[in-house]
Design a protein around this ligand. Structure first.
Ligand code: S3P
Length: 175
């Protein structure tokens, strides 16, 4: 069975959806950012602060390349994983790509709860979100299926992903 890979901007619900989806389908769940933190022995925030974004992207690529060999796994990526076309083609070889989106207002609200995103540190967070979203739009367009999570509870998002997978014939048995 193929992996199910969640992509999308920060605060669109990739980790929450991924965890719930894995539970629902009784499959393993991997959060790429958590794997990077385990590999580096420090938080994503500290990797950016100490070594810079370039180093983070290298670690991200290494983790994505190793994880994409798995099968039957739910994978939540970091919001910038799509910036590298190699990452996407690698994940796609063995996976179905699902994009989660949300409005800038909702992203602002969700990411304000915890101050752990180095790319959103600084003054005008909303302007930063809008600018990054614009830059990244074309990269997020690679998905097989898209869901706007702005007004949806996580379990509804999971239902929608499951429905999409079922219709596409990607699921066996009952889920
Ligand atoms: C990033 C998103 C973060 C994390 C890092 C960079 C990005 O993950 O990988 O801070 O470039 O959008 P989340 O999308 O899980 O917040």
């Amino acid at each position: 069975m193929k992996n199910i890979v969640l992509i999308g901007f920060m605060g669109t619900g990739k980790s929450t959806t991924g965890r719930l989806l894995a539970r629902r389908l009784v499959r393993p769940f991997i959060d790429i950012d958590r794997r990077i933190e385990m590999k580096a022995g420090m938080s994503v925030y500290d990797i950016f602060k100490v070594y810079g974004e370039k180093h983070f992207r290298e670690l991200e690529k290494q983790v994505i390349f190793s994880v994409s060999r798995y099968t039957n796994t739910i994978i939540a990526t970091g919001g910038g994983a799509v910036l590298d076309s190699g990452n996407i083609s690698r994940l796609r070889e063995n996976g179905i790509i699902v994009l989660l989106t949300a409005s800038p207002e909702v992203i602002l609200e969700r990411t304000a709860r915890r101050n752990e995103r180095p790319l959103l540190a600084g003054e005008d967070k909303k302007a930063r979100i809008v600018s990054l979203l614009n830059q990244r739009q074309k990269f997020y367009d690679c998905a097989d299926y898209k869901i706007d999570t702005s007004n949806l509870m996580p379990y509804v998002v999971v239902d929608m992903v499951v429905e999409f997978l079922r219709k596409g014939g990607y699921l066996r048995g009952r889920s």
